[in-house]
Design a protein around this ligand. Structure first.
Ligand code: ZN
Ligand code: ZN
Ligand code: FE
Length: 746
């Protein structure tokens, strides 16, 4: 993006003649001039590429001189190149930010300022190739001044499709929640005052609406939680600057770099004590999700402002709202005022969420700023479409040696999110002119995505097991699909072909033929889905498994609290009514969290497990015992009854939750090390994959990775794609692709 104009300007600066063009194999440049100038030209390309460019390789060779003058940008050579999609949305660049605050500039304080290096892309495109006419900028005709910039090859707004100014660009509009306009010459200043007064404002951003309020105002936050029907789930914050971020969180250099990336994700950072940010932003959580302003509107809004809550404009867990009419229809009961504008968002995109772990970036939600960046797979595949799973879903298009992973689409049991899923398949399918050979879907027969795949006209459907998809996705992003691996796939739940709910899975071998080499010992989930929302049920299931029918005699706060419900739970378990068997690691974390009295009911996915991790304020080196039997099929079955027994004993001795939580985490880490060691001894395998939602646990992830590395193992973990179910579709796609290729060879 913006690379050819950059080369043009650079060649002009160096007095070189020649041309630049885009081809399917990359950018080609022919330049002639003195040796010294050519050298400094290529050095400048290497050292100072434009912000949105990534140079993987630069090769130079000498050719005979030509009789020519001047430098030109040649039209693209190959329109059928396999990557015709637009770039991702990019945060306001530093040059534009400078102009925004320059009183003499003709774009001073212009909310829609942008250039070739920044601004919306993916969220405004209707069709390819990316061209103003095919974006939601097509309602705005360039004024003469903007047109001059647009057509001047030396200008930094040459061919900037989003080019506009006060005269010709979109306009802001401030309304109350009855959609009555508020008379003001400066809507942004008015919004800043409303925020100061504790109001909640719906603000149209790049990929959808945000709901904003002052993050230091506890009563505004309480209102927002109540009106939005949001339990204890953390809110993301937008801060004015890196300096402001450093006042509320610990920001080390890699985190600072990530915050300032053109993708401008929400970055999870350890919060500092005594910050002015209200505890209501992220109750019981030691981290805050921060992002920097990424549009002109944000920069103007955050000027001299306290940190703002900037949470997705939606009701509960529905899909983010991007359309003005819908925003007024659905958010009027939440927001007091609306800051909107007249440029349509064609394509919704939530904020991305990322963190730095062991010095490496890791995406937890891959969306705005990343989609539709292609993931390089390092080998070719037939065209496959993967429809993903159920929670935090994404879809994936596999073509040649690249994968396009969609933005975050949400949970498919939500009708709006499911509609968004269908729109995305159609929209991206059109942009890519995609004709799949096969559709990959989850093995679960009743997921909406499975049913959708089954109804598609493509004849070949390939079901993929959930936890194998996690492993394949992780290996795919590391271009390591052919490695023999030991794969730890730990999460909340996924469908197993034995009709059990899997989630503590260890696989062995080389894709696509993995063997299930271990799984957490099965136990019933009393109430099925209800046991996911109510972790106390899993605690009871583990107590009953450990102590037998006498478990009710134990002196535990949990059992007192739910004493009247225990007979019903016993009945569910004893008669195996609505109590599927599970090997889920997430459910074990839930059980322990509840046992310690930390969380009996989840108000958002993973709350009990997160609370258990956050409770761990003291370090401890001890761990609890467990059994590790092996069945007739050489499958290890980790059994935690000794663990639960020891935790109950520690509770009886009055040990703190913090200490028990630490010992429990150590137990899981030790178990993983034991399992890997045993499997490695049998097979000689030295590569280990750690993936699945459980590895979002910072402590577990970093400790295990470090200890495995110390023991000589190479560890693959998710970086570009989320370890949670947001990465499933990539794994489905590559696994299905490998299965198709395997058939061709036979
Ligand atoms: Zn810019
Ligand atoms: Zn203009
Ligand atoms: Fe999963």
């Amino acid at each position: 993006m913006g690379f050819r104009p950059f080369i043009f300007r650079l060649a002009a600066q160096h007095g070189l003649s020649g041309w630049v063009s885009n081809g399917s194999d990359g950018v080609r440049i022919e330049v002639q001039g003195s040796e010294a100038r050519l050298k400094s030209f290529s050095q400048a390309i290497r050292e100072n590429p434009p912000p949105l460019a990534r140079i993987d390789q630069l090769t130079c060779r000498h050719i005979p001189p030509l009789a020519e003058d001047g430098f030109r940008i040649q039209p693209s050579q190959d329109q059928s190149a396999h990557h015709p999609v637009v770039g991702p949305d990019a945060a306001l660049c530093s040059a534009c930010r400078h102009e925004l605050f320059e009183p003499d500039n003709r774009r001073f304080a212009h909310p829609f300022i942008s250039c070739v290096d920044c601004g919306p892309r993916y969220t405004i495109i209707e069709a390819v190739p990316y061209d103003r006419e095919k974006t939601s900028m097509n309602n705005f005709d360039l004024c003469p001044a903007c047109l001059r910039e647009y057509t001047a090859p030396g200008d930094r707004r040459f061919h900037s499709q989003t080019n506009c100014c006060w005269d010709c660009g979109p306009k802001l509009c401030l309304c109350d929640n009855q959609r009555q306009p508020i008379a003001t010459a400066d809507p942004i200043r008015a919004v800043r005052q409303f925020l100061k007064d504790g109001k909640i404002i719906a603000i149209k951003g790049l990929g959808g609406f945000h709901l904003a309020c002052d993050a230091t105002n506890a009563s505004a936050l309480a209102n927002l939680r109540r009106r939005k029907g949001r339990g204890r789930k953390p809110f993301a914050l937008m801060v004015a600057s890196l300096d402001q971020a450093r006042k509320i969180c610990q920001v080390d250099p890699p985190q600072a770099k990530l915050l300032q990336d053109p993708a401008s994700p929400i970055v999870l950072l350890p919060r500092l004590p005594h910050s002015p940010v209200s505890d209501q932003v992220a109750p019981n959580n030691n981290y805050l999700g921060l992002m920097l302003p990424y549009t002109g509107i944000h920069h103007l809004l955050l000027l001299d402002s306290p940190p703002l809550v900037m949470t997705s404009g939606n009701i509960a867990d529905q899909a983010i709202i991007a359309d003005n009419d819908q925003a007024f229809a659905k958010l009027a009961t939440i927001a007091d005022y609306f800051l909107t504008h007249d440029r349509a968002i064609r394509y919704r995109c939530d904020d991305s969420v990322a963190r730095v772990i062991d010095g490496q970036n890791q995406l937890l939600r891959r969306s705005r700023g990343y989609t539709p960046q292609l993931i390089d797979l390092g080998r070719d595949f037939p065209p496959v479409l993967a429809v993903g799973g159920q929670m935090k879903n994404t879809v994936c298009f596999l073509k040649a040696d690249k994968a396009l992973l969609s933005q975050h689409l949400g949970d498919m049991d939500n009708p709006q999110a499911y509609e968004f899923f269908q729109q995305t398949l159609e929209h991206l399918g059109n942009l890519l002119s995609f004709e799949p050979l096969a559709i990959a879907h989850d093995m679960h027969p009743h997921y909406q995505t499975t049913e959708f795949a089954q109804a598609m006209s493509v004849p070949r459907k390939i079901p993929i097991q959930h936890h194998q998809a996690h492993i394949a996705g992780c290996l795919a992003e590391h271009q390591a699909l052919d490695e023999r691996i030991i794969g730890l796939s730990f999460d909340g739940s996924g469908f197993g072909p034995d009709n059990c709910v899997w989630g503590g899975e260890v696989f062995l071998g080389r894709l696509p033929d993995l063997r299930r080499a271990a799984h957490f010992d099965y136990l019933p989930m009393p109430g099925s889905e209800l046991a996911v929302k109510e972790p106390w049920r899993m605690a009871v299931a583990y107590l009953k498994k450990t102590f037998g029918p006498d478990y009710r005699k134990l002196d535990l706060p949990l059992l007192k609290k739910f004493s009247d419900k225990l007979p019903a739970i016993d009945k569910l378990i004893d008669r195996r009514i609505n109590s599927p068997l599970t090997s889920s690691c997430g459910r074990l974390f839930d059980a322990v969290s509840s046992l310690l009295g930390l969380c009996y009911f989840n108000t958002f996915e993973g709350e009990a497990a997160i609370t258990l991790e956050m409770a761990m304020t003291d370090a401890d080196s001890q761990s609890y015992p467990y059994n590790l039997p092996c069945d007739d099929h050489h499958c290890y079955l980790p059994d935690f009854t000794p663990t639960i027994k020891a935790i109950v004993a520690d509770l009886a001795h009055g040990l703190t939750g913090s200490l028990i939580a630490a010992r429990f985490h150590n137990t899981i880490i030790k178990l993983c090390l034991d399992l890997v060691a045993a499997l490695a001894a049998d097979t000689g395998i030295t590569k280990v994959v750690i993936t699945g939602g459980v590895f979002q646990n910072n402590f577990l992830h970093s400790q295990l990775k470090r200890l495995l590395a110390q023991n000589g193992f190479h560890v693959y973990a998710n970086n570009l794609t989320p370890p949670n179910d947001g990465g499933i579709s990539l794994g489905q796609a590559v696994l299905a692709g490998m299965i198709l290729q395997g058939e061709d060879h036979n």
